[in-house]
Design a binder for this molecule. Sequence first.
Ligand code: ADP
Length: 736
Amino acid sequence: MERNIGIYNRILIMLCVTGSILILILLMLYFIKDKQEKIMLDESQVQFGKEVNSLLTLKTATLRQVVFDYTFWDDFVDNLNTFDSTWYFNNIATILKSFRIDYACVYDTNFKLIYEASSDGVAPNGIIDASAVFKLNETRFLSFFQATNNGLMEISGASVHNDTDQTHMLTKPHGYLFLARRWDKDNIAELVNLSGAEIRILQPTDSIKSVDEHTIAVVHVLQGWKGENIAKLHFYRNSYAYKLYHRMSLFILFIIIFSFLAVFLIFHFSTRKWLNRPLKLVMSILKSDDPVLIEKLKQSQGEFRNIGFLFSDYINQKHELKLAKDKAEESDRLKSAFLANMSHEIRTPMNGILGFAEMLREPGLTEEKQKRYVGIIEKSGTRLLNIINDLIDISKIEAGQMNVLHSDTNINDQVEFIYTFFRPEVERKGMTISFKNGLTGKAACIYTDREKLYAILTNLVKNAIKYSNEGSIEFGYSVETHCNASQTQNILVETHCNASQTHGHTVETHGNASLQFYVKDTGIGIPTDRQEAIFERFIQADIEDSMALQGAGLGLAITKAYIEMLGGKIWVESEEGKGSAFYFTIPYTHCVEKEPVIAKEIPAAAAKVEIRKKLKILIAEDDETSEILIITGVKKYSREIIKVKNGIEAVEICRNNPDIDLVLMDMQMPKMNGFDATMQIRQFNKSVVIIAQTAYALYGDKDKALAAGCNDYISKPIKMNELLELIDKYFPKEAS
Ligand code: ADP
């Protein structure tokens, strides 16, 4: 398996490898330096040894030279034979002073001491070992050290010869001269001065004390006349230059290691802070999308900060995309369910219409059966129409094409109308219905969209009836004021304020007041978990609902949309099995006092003067079925019926037939629509009665039709009795 090492760890490994190489190089350098130091020290040692030897040779040279100079001398030879103490005193004793010598002695050829002299403080006895005198007979010269009562002494001796025998080897010795010098403190101090080294005098058995590694030391053995070890001179000198060099190199080594460690630590911590932590954050964010971590990343420095902001945008977009996707999926699912439900909802009444239409063909049907079948067809048609109307309404709401048309509306009239309209149906079910108005008189006139308010109330009351089998239905409204002292609108309302507000009194208040409507029933109720969903479009189709009775499930969605358009809100309180109470509010905006509208100059009166006669009627309709229906309906009132299929033809016919009494104008036609056609007709014929056929679907068509110059309007699908009532209105029978 391939190993995946993180960037931070790679950097650490790189640092460690670099560090190891550096340390290796440093160790090598240290090793070389050590070696170098040793070589240099050894060389210094050798050099020092040579220096010490030369120094000691130089030091002992005087004594040897003096002995040598005095021992090939005829005068001395003569005096050895004829012993003259004065000569000895004058020539030998003076050596002591002249050459700073401490002791001098002379032996004859029988090795008998014949003269000796010593400096102050030096005891002469037994200084020279007797055997050394014998030895001198052989060697003629002797230079050695001897430990004496007077301390360590340097001794030089030579046999005495005539002037002619400078080498002391040609002739026999005539006697022997020994000179000795004490190696006292002064002597050693002189040596110290000359050598620049410390000196210790050690006994032969003394071991040499170890000196530190940067001290060069030389041991010089002072030998007796037999070559034996009399004493040791230990010279040692501190090598400051090496010491300094050693310390400096150690210091530099230490500085390099310390600097490397410092660089390593700084690199480690900064990499951790600036690279490792943000990288870990990035990884965690990618795994979890956690907004807290994103905020943390935004606090970092440099590129990671920008990455943090990019993440923020990315997460927002992702979230929005997810919401959009969920919504699209949900919509898709709901729409499919809705379509399935719609198919069922449309097929069911269609089944009734087609099935019973077919059954009407059966020969010999009784009148009673015929009426029943026709009734069923009518009912199914109405149900179908309701569904289509709901569909159109909801699609208009969704497309934002549903307009709000405010006008003065008497809500008490509406409430009472609805009561009267639904009472028979409620009583047929064995239930009771009651209403309560919260305002009286003029105060009940509000400025709102009359039709929408009507549709809302109707829908809620219809549902109350639909979903109740026993008990009662109550509906009505009250005024809710939002008790604010500064409000002063001159309207009379009942308030429901607490404390300082009066209840049930007539007060003056301002526009913050609202009307709260309610529709209560004692029906089946709505489960709590559905109480929100029932206001959502298509939900009905999506829910396995045993209680949902026939309906597209759009009623409450439309109701809610209408209420919101009017500036209110809707909610429900319901308990399963006990009943439901739907509440909604709309702003209480008092009627605008308006000048009475001056009626448009429409020649209705002119029409009215005509007696009811057989009319010349123009039917402008592009749909053949509707045309047949209208012709069938108005045939009995007509003397002549002209049919056209579009607006252009309608205008043309009117222009050529000024005797036309009535135009039934479809508003949606090809080439030229009914609105334009009416406007053109009105330019040359103001008296003809034009009745618009408008599809309820096109909300606002009614007003548009009237504005175009129509006398009246009738909604499609046309109910024949309504159309005939309109004809009666404009062409009354009793007039003569
Ligand atoms: P529908 O055309 O099915 O009545 P609505 O949108 O008017 O559609 O109502 C949605 C759902 O709300 C209904 O299917 C029903 O389950 C529930 N509902 C509405 N009004 C009532 C009520 N008064 N009592 C009980 N349930 C109700």
